[in-house]
Design a protein around this ligand. Structure first.
Ligand SMILES: Cc1cc2nc3c(=O)[nH]c(=O)nc-3n(C[C@H](O)[C@H](O)[C@H](O)COP(=O)(O)OP(=O)(O)OC[C@H]3O[C@@H](n4cnc5c(N)ncnc54)[C@H](O)[C@@H]3O)c2cc1C
Length: 386
């Protein structure tokens, strides 16, 4: 790592200190009890980290994306799980860029102060999956309200959020010129919606991720909760996706660092056949290769951040950073398991937990195949495959 100012050495140090108070045992206990890391999220909120990207005029710290990337990377590198709260960092950008001044005044200071949590992002549906423009959840205008019907799946943190950013159709797909038209974004007040037809059903997953299914049954929300223009929502969501990809990539770099640190330490200490296992090249090489992959991914994340912050179109860089960082963290996870042998499978080493957690990033928020399709089509000019 360089020691430049953009490295946010002080922030990193402070985040690492905070994370040290949430050791492996904390995360293991949460998993056993299938509960949300409320204390961890509260500590990050109180320290202002989850408001890093909110401009100062709305009570945040107004830091650039690279600072948010540094925060999330450090969280993962310390063995914690930013998945419990990372969405707030990138969802908020949709309100910031496309919300009205009244919406910004109403929500951003409350989010910055930690009085409102904006952690839920309702895009994916069971019937459409990756094909976002085929979502069926529908919002119909009725006077000064919209009435919402439909179902979301994999809406993470829905039970631990006050607000949800919801993508719904406002015009059906067969009535619009372009399939990306006719989609709209809403801010849903979760408490109000729960009293008025919204139900949340948790989904148990292979890691502790507090993800859910959310059902909307004639849920009325005020029309003033529409973000931007009706029908333009897909564009608003898309414009936040580069930030999302970059931040998830930073988390993967952090995960890779954790696995590499853990496996090289174990390889130095574990003695079998009268010598440290790390003396065997068969043990060294996968760790060394994962390190090289992590370093390359780290540079890609930094490049993507720089372009994003300079207002350039960074779709290519953000997608590639996510792809390579997720590959690096998965290679490091695999090397870590192999290095630890049987002990990798014991809960107390934390390796199996992090292994399960980092696997997600090959699939969500965008799967590896879809990034490859993006590169093939948008960078290399090959025909669209779907
Ligand atoms: C733990 C977890 C948390 C999540 N959190 C959220 C959240 O908070 N909010 C939210 O909206 N969503 C969330 N998601 C959803 C996530 O974004 C989707 O799972 C992901 O986008 C893939 O969609 P899918 O699962 O429906 O897979 P599908 O679309 O059914 O795809 C299945 C497989 O087929 C491949 N595939 C599909 N089409 C093509 C194609 N044309 N070319 C090549 N390969 C293809 C995919 O790459 C994938 O590997 C979460 C998912 C998980 C598992």
């Amino acid at each position: 790592m360089s020691g430049s100012a953009e490295d946010y050495a002080e922030i990193r140090e402070e985040v690492a200190k905070l994370c040290a108070t949430f050791p492996g045992e904390y995360w293991q206990k949460l998993e056993r009890e299938n509960t949300y890391p409320a204390e961890f999220v509260a500590a990050l909120t109180e320290a202002g980290y989850l408001a890093a990207l909110i401009p100062e005029e709305y009570g945040g710290s107004g830091l650039p994306l690279s600072a948010a990337a540094a925060i999330l990377e450090e969280i993962q590198c310390a063995g914690c799980n930013g998945g419990a709260c990372h969405a707030q960092m990138y969802i908020m950008g949709t309100i910031l860029r496309h919300g009205s001044e009244a919406q910004k005044q109403k929500y951003l200071p409350e989010i910055a102060a930690g009085r409102l949590r904006l952690q839920a992002f309702g895009v994916t549906e069971p019937g459409s999956g990756t094909d976002t423009t085929s979502i069926k959840t529908f919002a119909i205008r009725d006077g000064d309200h919209y009435v919402i019907n439909g179902q979301k799946i994999w809406t993470s943190r829905a039970e631990h959020s006050d607000l949800m950013l919801l993508l719904a159709r406002t015009t059906s797909k067969d009535e619009v010129a372009k399939r990306t038209d006719g989609l709209s974004v809403f801010i849903v007040d979760m408490q109000e919606a729960r009293k008025a037809g919204m139900t949340i059903r948790p989904i148990r997953t292979m890691m502790n991720h507090s993800t859910t299914e959310v059902f909307f049954d004639n849920v009325r929300i005020p029309a003033e909760n529409l973000i931007g223009e009706e029908g333009k929502g897909f564009r608003y969501i898309l414009s936040g996706m580069n930030a999302e990809r970059i931040l998830i990539a930073a988390e993967c770099v952090g995960d890779a660092k954790w696995f590499i640190k853990k496996s090289s330490a174990y390889a130095r200490e574990r003695v079998v056949f009268g010598r440290p296992i790390g003396q065997n090249q068969g043990v060294q090489f996968p760790i060394a290769r994962a390190y090289a992959q992590m370093k390359a991914a780290d540079l890609l994340v930094r490049d993507a951040c720089r372009r994003y912050e300079e207002g350039e179109n960074c779709g290519e860089e953000a997608n590639i950073a996510k792809l390579m960082a997720a590959d690096a963290s998965w290679a490091a996870a695999e090397a870590c398991v192999q290095t630890h042998g049987g002990f990798a499978f014991a809960e107390e080493y934390d390796v199996e937990r992090k292994f399960r957690e980092t696997r997600l990033y090959q699939v969500a928020p965008i799967s590896t195949n879809l990034i490859l399709s993006y590169i093939a089509e948008h960078v290399l000019g090959m025909p669209r495959s779907y």
